[in-house]
Ligand binder design. Sequence first.
Ligand SMILES: [Zn+2]
Length: 233
Amino acid sequence: MSFKYSFLRVVIRDFISLFYPDFCLGCSNHLIKGETMICTRCMLLMAQTDYHVRRDNPLHRRLVGRLPVEWALSLFVFTKNGRIQKVLHALKYKNEPEVGVTLGKVYGKRLSETGIHFDLIIPVPLHDGKLRRRGYNQSAKFGEGLAHAMGIPMRENALCRKVMTDTQTKKSKLKRWENVNDVFAVREPQGLNGAHVLLVDDVITTGATIEACGVVLLEQGVSAISVASIAVA
Ligand SMILES: [Zn+2]
């Protein structure tokens, strides 16, 4: 691209943004040049974890004994009514899939720098009906960014969700487990045997969904499972 052309592109983009400004999904302030979806201030203020350098972390301890997990990773810690809740709400309900990709790229770059390796990424699947209505799987969008930054493939259709589950927010831990048990199945088994899989979800709360997906993958012969989420509650 010539200098003249790229300069013109910047001028046109800045001109357009006068009329269609981009707003931060965390705080609703204007984004400045170089910021994507979330402003620098929000990225600094949202509580990021150090789980990528601390294998024995609270999320790992939550899952241990239920699912053999190599790495339990999360970019942020979820805070109610905080910026991260706004960002996740936009990703899931306000047709902002690209923020998932953006956060995936941020975290994927960080994971690559620590030298952790996975063979492939599998997102927690949505039920087909829900996927059609929403138009995208928010966990797969996060996985897409991770896959891009880490240079590994994502297999979006490796798992499927067989039944539409009710909203899980008000159920007890045991009820949640009953709810997700037998909900997931392998749809595309190719390449899973012997692979170290990074299972990704937008938010991890009790870990029941991750556990149910992980059990299905282990039965399919994957060699190891790690998990990563945008936020851990
Ligand atoms: Zn912001």
